[in-house]
Structures are given as structure tokens and as C-alpha cells.
Write a protein that binds this ligand. Structure first.
Ligand SMILES: NC(=O)c1ccc[n+]([C@@H]2O[C@H](COP(=O)([O-])OP(=O)(O)OC[C@H]3O[C@@H](n4cnc5c(N)ncnc54)[C@H](OP(=O)(O)O)[C@@H]3O)[C@@H](O)[C@H]2O)c1
Length: 342
């Protein structure tokens, strides 16, 4: 099978498209034909070696945690899935192994994908959606009384966070750049602040939860804009925030540096919300596996709106995709060639 592998840490040029043997599916696993994988910033952080002391995939490594596609084989103990099921997962393999055409996954990490999504949309959900859910529902305990600010509201995590905060009834202020303001508004934010033009806290408003999904600020900068028992949550473990986390264990305002957990029950919960029409993924763009280096560079620039998707199956043209189940072929989401490549 075709994979995008890296043999060492480095910039996006370290990717090579290569062949590996098909994964073997053991008694408790399902074999999945990957129709879509999504890029998380975690992937390029691993690729660059930024996390080498905490996460160490063996080289040659295949990255990519979020996958969706079709079950093509099941192990003898697997009862919940059968061939042909449309599923998705946050892979529990070191490094992910999702930038590939096939993956064998333990069945307890696999969830039936929402029936109202196509494979590209489904691959947007696992890691970013679970991260947003764990912040909004579990850490922030957002409710109808909550005032929430989401910084990085147009990113993979941020767009899910905006929708989830609205789902729990909060008043939501989304912080995004000029080009992505409409997207954040569409997903339900009550107010948008353009971080390129305005001071986030010019109105001196205080929040129950400030979720810094892109880790661009610190607890110390935002502390006075939290209500007396407000929480600041960052996805990035900066030294300043780690120190604030320790200190605020003893104060009413809290700083939390979150680490998302791979909880398939959370993905199941998100599936239900999606099927009820309460939550939807946003695709930034779709690339072929061969264009993985370019797609990684785009993610690394930190101006992605929604999720970047990788299609690891052979697909010459947009026209070869089933038009009704994929984004409209004139959608800007497509980065595949419109004409067949000979
Ligand atoms: N700790 C964890 O467990 C965990 C889990 C998931 C993610 N993360 C981390 O969280 C971060 C965000 O993840 P993601 O998937 O959402 O990333 P992403 O999709 O790449 O987010 C990019 C978004 O950030 C926005 N942005 C960039 N600079 C900004 C600023 N100064 N203020 C406000 N928005 C800004 C961009 O909007 P514009 O284009 O409009 O500028 C863009 O929409 C990543 O660093 C990731 O590694 C950590």
C-alpha cells in the first residue's frame, strides 16, 4: 500500500511517498481502507522533532491521527463492525499511521461515522472535535449562563469549540483574522473580534472561559478579563502557562494547560451531535497524498480555516470522486486537478 513516510525529523521535504506491506488485522482489530485523513498541527510538530522527548515514532514513520473510511476486514473477536461499515477514528498508533491507504485499528478506537457526512468531512472530526469537547464540556463546564471567548476560532479546534459552546447555550466571542470572520459567525459566534485589527479586551468584558485554542496568549495577559472563578485554557504548554497552572491551583481563577485524550466515547458523542445537525465540520482544502509536503507547509503557517484533508487513495481528478457525496467540484475546498492527469 502507498504511504507518506518520514525517515528522519525535518521540514516538510522529509516526506517520501513509498510502498509498505498491507497492515495485518489481528483478532481485535478492524482493517480500514482510508478514504480521508486530516492534518493536525500535532503531525508537523512530531515531524519537526518538536515533541521528540514525549512522542517518538519509529522511523520510517507514518504520521496522521485522524482517519475515516470503509471497513474491509475484521478480526475474529470483532462484533461491532462488519465489512462495508463507514467508520472513523483517532488512531492510537504511535505517530498515527494515517497518511496511508490502509490501517489496522483496535476495534475499541473505531466509531461508526456520522451517516450525514462524507469521508472527507468525517476525517475532520476526531482529534480536533474531541479536544474542543473536552475543553468546552469537561474543563469549562459551559452552560447557558457562560460567557466564552475562543481565540483561534477559525482553526480546526476553534470552529468545533464555537459550535459546542453555542450548543451548551453560551454567549460566544470568537477571535479570528479578517478572512475567517464570516466562517466563525456562520458557526454561531455572537461576536467576532479581528485579532489583526483590534485589542481583544478593549471592551474590558470578563469571561467565564477564555479558550486559547491556538496558544497565542498567556494566563497572565488575560487574567483580569476572567470572571472571579473564570478559567483560561490553552492548548500550548508554554513555560508561563505551566507556571500559572501550578500557581492557580490555589486561586479561584484557573489556568489550565490541556492535553486532549483519545476517548472514543467522546467521538461517539460528537457523532450523535453531528447526526442531529448540531455540529458540522469545515473543510479548508483537500490534497492528494503526493501533495502531503505542501499540505503540511500550509498547516504550519497556522492560517488554516477548518481542516486540511488528505486523500490517500488513487484519485486522478475531482471528476472521479462521487460528485454528490463530496464537496461541489467548483468548491474552493478542492485542490485536486479538475482534468485527468495522464
Ligand atoms: N494540547 C492538546 O492536546 C492539543 C490538541 C489539539 C490541538 N492542539 C494545538 O492547538 C493549536 C491549534 O490547533 P488547530 O488544529 O486548531 O490549529 P489550526 O487549525 O492550524 O489553527 C489555525 C487557526 O489559528 C488562527 N490564528 C492564527 N494566529 C492567531 C492569533 N494570533 N489569534 C487568533 N487566531 C489565530 C488562524 O486564523 P487566521 O487565518 O484568521 O489568522 C487559523 O484559523 C495547535 O498548536 C495544536 O498543536 C493541542
Amino acid at each position: 500500500m502507498k504511504v507518506a513516510a518520514i525517515k528522519k525529523y525535518g521540514d516538510a521535504s522529509v516526506f517520501t511517498i513509498t510502498e509498505l506491506p498491507m497492515p495485518h488485522c489481528n483478532a481485535n482489530q478492524v482493517l480500514l481502507k482510508i478514504d480521508a485523513a486530516s492534518i493536525n498541527p500535532l503531525d508537523w510538530k512530531i515531524r519537526k522533532g518538536m515533541l521528540r522527548f514525549v512522542m517518538y515514532p519509529k522511523f520510517p514513520a507514518v504520521l496522521g491521527y485522524d482517519v475515516s473510511g470503509e471497513v474491509v476486514a475484521v478480526g475474529e473477536n470483532v462484533k461491532n463492525f462488519k465489512k462495508g461499515d463507514f467508520v472513523y477514528a483517532w488512531s492510537n498508533h504511535p505517530g498515527g499511521e494515517g497518511y496511508a491507504q490502509y490501517i489496522a485499528l483496535d476495534d475499541n478506537y473505531v466509531v461508526k461515522a456520522p451517516q450525514n457526512l462524507n469521508a472527507y468531512q468525517a476525517a475532520c472530526v476526531p482529534l480536533a472535535g474531541e479536544t474542543a469537547l473536552q475543553v468546552i464540556r469537561d474543563i469549562g463546564q459551559v452552560s447557558a449562563d457562560s460567557e466564552v471567548m475562543i481565540i483561534g476560532a477559525s482553526g480546526g479546534v476553534g470552529l468545533f469549540a464555537v459550535q459546542l459552546a453555542k450548543y451548551y447555550g453560551a454567549k460566544v466571542t470568537g477571535v479570528a483574522g479578517t478572512k475567517s470572520a464570516d466562517l466563525v459567525k456562520e458557526d454561531g459566534a455572537d461576536k467576532i473580534i479581528d485579532y489583526t485589527k483590534a485589542n481583544l479586551f478593549a471592551d474590558k468584558k470578563q469571561y467565564d472561559l477564555i479558550f486559547d485554542a491556538v496558544g497565542k496568549h498567556t494566563f497572565r495577559e488575560v487574567e483580569s478579563f476572567l470572571k472571579p472563578d473564570g478559567i483560561y485554557v490553552s492548548t500550548i504548554p508554554s513555560l508561563s502557562n505551566l507556571m500559572s497552572f501550578m500557581i492557580t491551583r490555589f486561586t479561584s481563577k484557573k489556568c489550565v494547560v490541556m492535553v486532549a485524550k483519545n476517548h472514543p466515547a467522546d467521538l461517539q458523542f460528537l457523532t450523535e451531535l453531528i447526526e442531529k445537525g448540531k455540529l458540522k465540520p469545515t473543510i479548508d482544502s483537500i490534497y492528494k497524498l503526493e501533495d502531503i509536503a505542501f499540505a503540511h507547509k500550509r498547516s504550519e503557517a497556522e492560517h488554516v480555516h477548518g481542516k486540511i484533508i488528505i486523500n490517500p487513495q488513487f484519485l486522478d481528478t475531482v471528476d472521479e470522486a462521487s460528485e454528490e457525496s463530496f464537496p461541489a467540484s467548483d468548491s474552493p475546498a478542492w485542490c485536486l486537478p479538475r482534468k485527468k492527469v495522464m
